[in-house]
Design a protein. Structure first.
Length: 76
């Protein structure tokens, strides 16, 4: 079974869901970092600014710098 990754067309709604998550609000409240999330050969950059997800970028994500990465295989 393969993992389904973030659909670029739904990135804005996923960002909104993350920003309303109460646990993430507490855990990331002071975070200003760019995270590289990679599943198999698909990569996106999640930009946090003062604990708020401001952007999820999947197109041209290989060219963007990031502060830390979370990587996994495409197989569950």
């Amino acid at each position: 079974m393969a993992i389904r990754f973030i659909d670029p067309k739904k990135a804005a709604s996923f960002r909104d869901i993350l920003n309303t998550d109460p646990e993430l609000k507490i855990a990331a409240r002071y975070m200003t970092k760019d995270a590289c999330i990679e599943v198999g050969n698909v990569k996106c950059i999640v930009k946090f600014r003062d604990g708020v997800v401001t952007q999820i970028k999947s197109e041209d994500a290989f060219a963007d710098p990031w502060d830390f990465a979370v990587r996994g295989s495409a197989d569950a």
